[in-house]
Write a protein that binds this ligand. Structure first.
Ligand SMILES: *Cc1c(COP(=O)(O)O)cnc(C)c1O
Length: 338
């Protein structure tokens, strides 16, 4: 059993009731290809089927349900899956959502957030400037910031995936969890290990800028340099003031494995060509680690296909075996199976 934390399985079961009918109960499907490759039953939890295209809706819905009475609305700084989730959840609840972002954010992402009904506030040329504006909105206009991972309600929301996994397959021996700030890994690990203390939880990050892995190795939260990656949703730090996800991941993750850009590319191709699933780089790292022989499985295992939000030109280029360029990163093309 996990030791006493600020959070427990009870909070996750409460979150499950909160999100029911709006974000829960995504499909869990077998992957015949991955089962053959791994030599064990290998299942995919399809969070790419969420209405916002990623699991973060679970945490956002749970956090919004816990807002103090009198909150004028919510604010966040994410232009990625967290921002989409907060925008969608706020519209569902009929409250104001503001997403602060820097002027460097691509127009397609801005339009995507606006289309979900949020106000977009473009401030300065950095994430830091966006964070300052977000704090001002909290102090002066009574908005409440919804953090992307280091928040008890967010972690409990993401943890509902662990409860669903073990309800569907009590015989799971391992769960492979994409790992960035660790809200997903902390929640899923807390749920799964509370239900079955023997289950193994393996976090997987990309090998460039793996903030949680570096922090675990250092024994405290550390800063990492950010790099362009096919797994862009796994970028960013864990926060030097991290309160919850760092201690939870330190206690509950059995292992953290890193994968390369080429391994992510190969796994995106395998998931598409074999299982016919379109998914973003961050969501295939569990497959990538397994296909690369970096994890040893000794019974039924599942990974979480965390999201599907990626640039389709990048996706089709990868599927066609063409080189792709993301910022200063070039990932060499390779036809599937070649
Ligand atoms: C946010 C995100 C992750 C990582 O979740 P953390 O809670 O930050 O560890 C993984 N995959 C996708 C698609 C995400 O959006």
């Amino acid at each position: 059993m996990p030791t006493d934390h600020a959070l427990s399985l009870t909070d996750i079961l409460a979150a499950q009731r909160v999100i029911r009918g709006q974000a829960g109960d995504t499909p869990l499907v077998p992957s015949p290809h991955m089962t053959a490759q791994a030599g064990q039953d290998f299942l995919l939890k399809l969070e790419n089927t969420q209405p916002t295209g990623a699991f973060k809706l679970r945490g956002a819905l749970n956090a919004l349900a816990a807002l103090p009475a009198g909150a004028a609305g919510v604010v966040c700084c994410s232009t990625g899956n967290h921002g989409r989730a907060v925008a969608y959840a706020a519209r569902l609840r009929g409250i104001r959502a503001v997403v602060c972002m820097s002027g460097l954010v691509p127009e397609a992402k801005v339009a995507g957030i606006r289309a979900l009904g949020a106000e977009v506030r473009i401030i300065g040329r950095s994430q830091d400037a966006a964070a300052v504006e977000s704090r001002r909105l909290c102090n002066e206009e009574g908005l409440v910031e919804i953090p992307p991972f280091d928040d008890p309600q967010v972690i409990a929301g993401q943890g509902t995936i662990g409860v669903e996994l073990l309800a569907a397959r009590p015989d799971l021996t391992a769960i492979l969890v994409p790992l960035s700030g660790g809200g997903l890994a902390a929640g899923v690990a807390l749920a799964a290990k509370s239900i079955n203390p023997k289950i193994r939880l393996i976090g997987i990050s990309m090998d460039r800028g793996a903030a949680m892995r570096e922090s675990l190795a250092a024994g405290r939260p550390v800063m990492v340099t950010e790099h362009a990656s096919l797994a862009d949703s796994l970028g960013g730090g864990i926060g030097l003031e991290n309160r919850l996800t760092f201690p939870l991941c330190r206690e509950l993750l059995d292992e953290v494995v890193l994968v390369s850009e080429e391994e992510i590319r190969d796994a995106m191709q395998a998931l598409y060509y074999e299982d016919r699933i379109v998914a973003e780089g961050a969501s295939v790292v569990g497959l990538a680690a397994t296909l690369a022989g970096k994890v040893r499985l000794s019974g039924p295992a599942a990974t979480i296909i965390t999201g599907r939000n990626l640039d389709m030109a990048t996706f089709t280029a990868i599927m066609a075996g063409q080189d792709v360029r993301i910022g200063d990163l070039v990932v060499k093309g390779k036809p599937y199976g070649a």
